[in-house]
Write a protein that binds this ligand. Structure first.
Ligand code: ADE
Length: 256
């Protein structure tokens, strides 16, 4: 039976899914991580807290593929906006990912993954389109009751939208405007920055496994990013990931 692997960097982002899996989920502890194997609705899945950073994400992705035979991977979490378009509360679904801190020049071009001959890894088009549609559905319906007016005002959420494009990853939490400017000039099409997605993308490319990455914008990667990120995580993030991931699991075709 086809099984989908769901990964997140932080507990708040998978808490509701674990509840939805109920007490029948089997827990397997491997490499300091708990892999919850069970079902959400009719969909067989493995849910795991990947932890933070590219090594953690890559190790978890390999385990999902090799130990749990995951046929597709989905990574969900938060990101800092890099482009002017995405605002706090918006959702970004990746169509490609890149490691912004990979630099083996002059041996290889900047950002290129040595020996793979590429810097960008495309997500699965059908899965990504479904994730974007689920995010739009969530924002048009449950979001309105999940997020109270006070929270909406605190984060100036307005009417959040869904963007599709390049997500960049690196082992660094970005919290200064100068680094954002440097990212904008070296990678003008980057929409947002996070710390795991491109590592999962590389592993999925190497194993030929379809994958998708969805990020909610928690901050603008500037000098208030740390505070904005923590507040957003506690008050908003869990609702988004629960609402969007449940829809994705219900609607992902079983032959993916
Ligand atoms: N995830 C959420 N915000 C981030 C930021 N500013 N830098 C890196 N990863 C993030």
């Amino acid at each position: 039976m086809n099984r989908i692997g769901i990964m997140a960097a932080l507990h708040d982002e998978i808490a509701a899914l674990l509840e939805a899996m109920g007490p029948n989920a089997h827990v397997h502890r491997i490499g300091l991580r708990d892999y919850y194997v069970g079902q959400v609705g009719v969909r067989e899945c493995v849910v795991v807290l990947a932890r933070i950073g590219k090594v953690a994400a890559a190790a978890t992705a390999v385990t999902l593929i090799r130990e749990f035979q995951a046929n597709a991977l989905v990574f969900t979490g938060l990101a800092g906006a890099v482009a002017d378009g995405p605002r706090v509360g918006d959702v970004v679904v990746a169509n490609a990912l890149l490691q912004h801190d990979m630099d083996a020049s002059p041996l290889f071009p900047r950002h290129e993954i040595p020996l793979l001959g590429r810097s960008r890894f495309d997500t699965h088009a059908g899965l990504s389109a479904l994730m974007a549609q689920c995010a739009r559905d969530y924002l048009a319906t449950d979001f309105l009751s999940d997020i109270d007016p006070d929270t909406s005002q605190t984060f100036s959420l307005g009417a959040p939208t869904v963007h599709t494009g390049l997500i960049v990853s690196g082992d660094r939490f970005i919290n200064d405007a100068a680094t954002v400017q440097a990212l904008q000039s070296s990678l003008p099409d980057a929409l947002c920055v996070e710390m795991e997605g491109a590592a999962v993308a590389q592993v999925c490319h190497e194993y030929g496994v379809p994958f998708g990455v969805l990020r909610t914008i928690s901050d603008r990667a500037d000098d208030t990013a740390g505070v904005d990120f923590s507040r957003f995580l506690g008050r908003v993030a869990r609702h988004y990931s629960a609402g969007i991931l449940k829809r994705v699991l219900e609607q992902t075709p079983t032959d993916l």
